[in-house]
Design a protein around this ligand. Structure first.
Ligand code: FAD
Length: 416
């Protein structure tokens, strides 16, 4: 029998499941687990749990999406994407809505299928989870960074940065990835997993701004186009792949940002050869634009050639296109397919999500380690990432629920 000190009562308690990381998946797990056969302990290195969750969706908490069941997940591991999709289908958006409803919080879906708490406050999600964990008697240790986990016999020994030690029968690594380190996620969780024998895929920032060639956009810094159609092209395993997203694009001194770019980055953040093509007038056919430009040229024959697109697209964008366009056809083509070679991303500090992680081939269908019995993973630490729109928090939820069911199931069968 293993005992640890409950900091609230100063009494000795047995920890059945130690959750490392008090982010979205850690709290989903803590609030889903049954507390049979020993306490649930949650270790968070920051002073508060779920700081990142409270900042999601521009502070409004885009927690899920109406199309989680039909949208693929990314993974470098052979069956990683498939496994994630199966788990997300099992614990889908309706399951998540029901879960939050049981915590007294309602979710609504906007016109793009994005799910938010009805009060449009991400902090409400954190509050509901925190309150539930407290009600359930979860031992929550904040300001406690776990630096090492060892398995000795049937027991895990956890060591904190201040040298304190804890013992537990199960350990779940919910330490997130490497993106947005200001929220406590600098990738140190990977080191714990690696010391336990796990391996990592390459890591890339995703849902992030893109660096591009700058020559054609130097004069465009600060310009935002509200409804462009941005297409990304890259070489996939089966030939050229393309993806078009409509939304904002913002020109910056490093490349491009904005909603459309952010969403596209999920597809190309790890690609070396990606190219963007921006359509500034997605609702106007190229032929119609050529005709309109010819008519304009006829009506105003003395107008400077460089001004041809003024009044049709943003003036500075128009002039940038006209630097290389000799006639109306080339001008229209510049408006409909403005090319930009991608030269990388702005990096992990600016990214919302990590692409890659602990290899999915090293965990079973319950997300239990195939290398160390009793060790589980949930959330972004695993080699699974999703598109922008609530898919990553849905993965945090589905993976945490999977682990909770496995640990509780194990206990029900008396194997725990
Ligand atoms: C600004 C921003 C906005 C986002 N918006 C959305 C959105 O609207 N919708 C969406 O689906 N996704 C969004 N995401 C992504 C989403 O928040 C993450 O994918 C999700 O939080 C991952 O959950 P997680 O539990 O795996 O990790 P996290 O939520 O990152 O939590 C990991 C926790 O572990 C702690 N930790 C790390 N190492 C240790 C250690 N050694 N010991 C103790 N504690 C440790 C960290 O401090 C952190 O609190 C956003 C991300 C960011 C940065």
């Amino acid at each position: 029998m293993v005992y640890n000190t409950d900091m609230n009562t100063n009494k000795q308690v047995k920890i059945k499941t130690a959750i490392i990381g008090g982010g979205a998946s850690g709290l989903f797990l803590a609030t889903s687990l049954c507390a049979n056969g020993g306490k649930i302990a949650l270790f968070e290195r920051g002073e508060r749990v779920c700081r990142k969750l409270s900042a999601t969706g521009n502070g409004q908490g885009n927690i899920t999406n109406a199309s989680v069941k039909t949208t693929p997940y990314f993974s470098f591991s052979e069956r990683g994407g498939l496994c994630a999709e199966q788990l997300v289908r099992r614990y889908d958006e309706q399951s998540l809505c029901g879960f939050f409803q049981s915590l007294g919080l309602l979710i609504f879906f906007d016109e793009r299928g994005r799910g938010y708490p009805t009060g449009r406050q991400a902090s409400a999600l954190t509050d509901a989870l925190r309150f539930c964990a407290q009600e359930k008697g979860v031992l929550t240790y904040t300001g406690k960074q776990i630096t090492d986990v060892k398995k000795i016999g049937d027991i895990f020994l956890l060591t904190a940065a201040n040298g304190e030690r804890f013992e537990s029968e199960n350990v779940v690594l919910c330490t997130g990835g490497k993106a947005a380190k200001n929220f406590g996620t600098d990738g140190t969780g990977y080191t714990i997993a690696q010391k336990l024998g796990h391996t990592l895929t390459p890591l890339y920032p995703s849902l992030v701004q893109l660096k591009t060639d700058l020559e054609r956009i130097r004069s465009l810094k600060g310009i935002r186009v509200f409804d462009a159609a941005v297409t990304a092209k890259w070489q996939g395993q089966t030939g050229e792949q393309t993806r078009t997203i409509r939304g904002d694009i913002i020109f910056t001194d490093y490349g491009v940002s904005g909603d459309a770019v952010f969403r596209l980055s999920a597809f190309i953040a790890d690609k070396k050869d990606a190219v963007l093509s921006v359509d500034f007038l997605p609702d106007v056919a190229e032929g119609a634009l050529v005709a309109a430009l010819r008519q304009k040229r006829k009506a105003f024959p003395t107008q400077e050639r460089t001004e041809l697109l003024c009044g049709i697209v943003n003036n500075q964008i128009g002039r940038a296109i006209m630097k290389t366009a000799d006639d109306e056809r080339a001008a229209a083509n510049g408006v409909k397919s403005f090319p930009l070679r991608v030269r990388g991303t702005l990096g992990f500090d600016y990214a919302q999500v990590t692409k890659g992680g602990i290899k999915m081939d090293e965990v079973d269908e319950n997300l239990q380690s195939k290398k160390v019995k009793g060790l589980y993973f949930a959330g972004e630490i695993l080699d699974v990432d999703g598109e922008c729109g609530g898919f990553n928090l849905q993965w945090a939820y589905a993976s945490a629920r999977t682990v909770a069911a496995a640990i509780d199931g194990k206990m029900e069968k008396g194997q725990g």
